[in-house]
Design a protein around this ligand. Structure first.
Ligand SMILES: NC(=O)C1=CN([C@@H]2O[C@H](COP(=O)(O)OP(=O)(O)OC[C@H]3O[C@@H](n4cnc5c(N)ncnc54)[C@H](OP(=O)(O)O)[C@@H]3O)[C@@H](O)[C@H]2O)[C@@H](O)CC1
Ligand SMILES: [K+]
Length: 501
């Protein structure tokens, strides 16, 4: 896991590294700037292109000035540096780097409060105005400058973080923030980079390492963790000799209406492909032919109109309920029966989430350790409207603890929120996977993992990872515009086995 730090903790890690590596602060800045430049020169090899480097007078600006010197040393010919002297304060590291730059033949302009803005046209703008030291929304001269840069047709490359973007905490939708095509960030993604509010401001993200003390970073015990492939490799269990279908559990998927049988087929197929020993789908009567045709390996319990099906609940290892189920009286009765009859963790998705939202008294029957898999609208239906994703994280934390459940909040970096106040950000998946039915597949995968005796936490973490990874394996090398859920399902066993190799 990669611990994700708040801006204040990044400063602590910076100070700790300086004191204990030990390394002078100016040399740490040199290391960071070099890491930026290393990536930059490989991806922007045209040394004649105009590059304007906008620098504040803090350490982000110090990086910018050091980057200008290094690019000059690499032979970039059309550099210019614009210093925003909007504050009377500057850091020592900035001052030292500026003195070093002044020895070189790089055009340098200083902008002061009230000065006209410099004219930018095509080329590249490197944004080193403000970084993680941002302590209030942009206003005055900074706001004017950033608004202007946002209006210019240039490739914007931000150093560490786009100016005006908070690394953590709430993002005001009306704030002025630099829109970067690319952000080259130091050491680790900032937490807000992984939330959808970063979409308009970060076209592409690259993380470069600057050698902050990792042992110290781990000791901060951050609740925010980014899941890495090595974590999944360590968690996935090999199949052993002399095991049989009974070893890998029996999952019941309660899903589908006549018009939404697809959701039932996708979730139950995904469950079988993700390795459940046995999968039974509880489906409407007229979906039976479709199920037998589509996935003969999946058994069926048939639901007749308004009658509750006769189910031997304890024989199942786990139950997933919700995909395409609808919210009518019969579905509600069935959901209520499941909660009353089953005491092991269940997966609650889609319409089951909506039923829980409109019947909050059902919460007290939700088994401990159950997993809810809402997308953002379902999350807000459950817990009320939220203005920002940061707020959703805080609510998710309280509610997961309150009800002793896991909340899988779906988005680009799906977040598993645990009852012990941890947030696990998933690092796989891609935009080609944005298609109806993907969530049904995820539900089936998580149910399969619970059936195979993974803990609820691991079922969420592994489930999200392999779901996204299978999509990445299909979409990225083949440059697929869209990956359909049905195709993703058949990739799952391949993905899983690769992760165990
Ligand atoms: N992490 C690491 O280990 C390393 C980090 N490094 C680099 O350091 C960067 C952080 O640098 P930093 O702390 O000096 O702050 P930075 O962002 O330059 O801001 C400067 C000052 O601006 C001010 N200010 C704040 N908000 C404002 C606003 N809205 N409008 C106007 N002014 C505002 C505020 O000053 P104040 O107003 O409080 O006097 C603030 O102190 C980091 O992003 C990375 O690039 C690397 O060099 C080395 C390793
Ligand atoms: K910046």
């Amino acid at each position: 896991m990669l611990p994700l730090l708040l801006a204040s903790q990044i400063r602590e890690a910076d100070a700790h590294t300086v004191a204990h590596e030990p390394i002078a602060s100016i040399d740490l800045m040199e290391r960071a700037s070099k890491a930026f430049v290393g990536w930059f020169v490989n991806h922007f090899p045209d040394k004649n292109k105009n590059i304007a480097i906008y620098c504040g007078t803090g350490n982000n600006g110090g990086d910018g000035v050091a980057i200008a010197r290094m690019l000059y040393d690499h032979g970039y010919e059309a550099l210019s540096v614009k210093i925003a002297r909007f504050s009377s304060r500057s850091t020592d590291e900035f001052d030292k780097n500026l003195a070093r730059l002044k020895r070189l033949d790089v055009p340098l302009t200083e902008m002061e409060n009230g000065d006209d803005l410099p004219e930018e046209s095509n080329g590249i703008v490197i944004d080193a105005l403000l970084g993680t030291g941002l302590n209030k929304p942009l206003e005055g001269e900074y706001e004017k400058l950033v608004k202007y840069l946002n209006s210019v047709k240039c490739t914007m490359v931000a150093v560490d973080i786009p100016t005006g973007f908070f690394a953590d905490g709430e993002i005001d939708p009306d704030a002025t923030i630099l829109k970067a095509d690319l952000v080259i960030t130091f050491q680790q993604p900032k937490i807000n980079f992984l939330l959808p509010e970063s979409g308009p401001y970060i076209g592409c993200l690259e993380v470069v390492h600057i050698g902050l003390d990792e042992k110290f970073i781990r000791s901060l015990n951050s609740p925010y963790q980014l899941v890495e492939e090595k974590d999944i490799r360590a968690k996935l269990k090999h199949r052993k000799r002399f095991t049989n279908k009974g070893t890998y559990g029996h999952a019941l998927i309660i899903a589908g209406q006549p018009e939404t049988m697809g959701a039932a087929l996708l979730s139950s197929s995904a469950c079988a492909y993700a390795g459940a020993g046995l999968t039974t789908a509880c489906i409407p009567e007229n979906g039976l032919i479709a199920l037998n045709n589509h996935q003969p390996e999946v058994m069926a319990i048939v639901r007749k109109e308004k009658e509750l099906p006769d189910v031997d609940w304890p024989k199942f290892s786990t139950i997933a309920i919700g995909p395409g189920l609808g919210k009518d009286a019969a579905s509600l009765k069935l959901f209520t029966r499941v909660l009353a009859s089953f005491d092991r963790p269940v997966v609650i998705d889609a319409d089951a989430i909506n039923m829980l939202a409109s019947n909050p008294d059902l919460w007290k029957h939700v088994p401990k350790g159950s997993i809810l898999t809402p997308h953002v609208k379902e999350f807000d239906r459950l817990f009320g409207e939220h203005k920002s994703w940061w707020q959703r994280l805080q609510t998710g934390k309280q509610q997961a603890k309150n009800y002793d459940v896991y909340i899988v909040l779906k988005n680009d970096y799906t977040i598993t929120i645990t009852p012990v106040e941890k947030f696990y950000f998933n690092s796989t998946s891609n935009a080609a996977m944005a298609s109806g039915g993907m969530g049904d597949v995820l539900t089936g995968i998580i149910a399969a993992l619970l059936a195979q005796k993974y803990s609820s936490e691991d079922a969420c973490i592994i489930g999200n990872y392999i779901h996204g990874k299978a999509g990445d394996e299909l979409a990225l090398p083949n440059r697929m515009y869209a990956v359909l859920p049905g195709r993703l399902i058949t990739q799952l066993p391949v993905t899983m086995v690769k992760l165990m190799a």
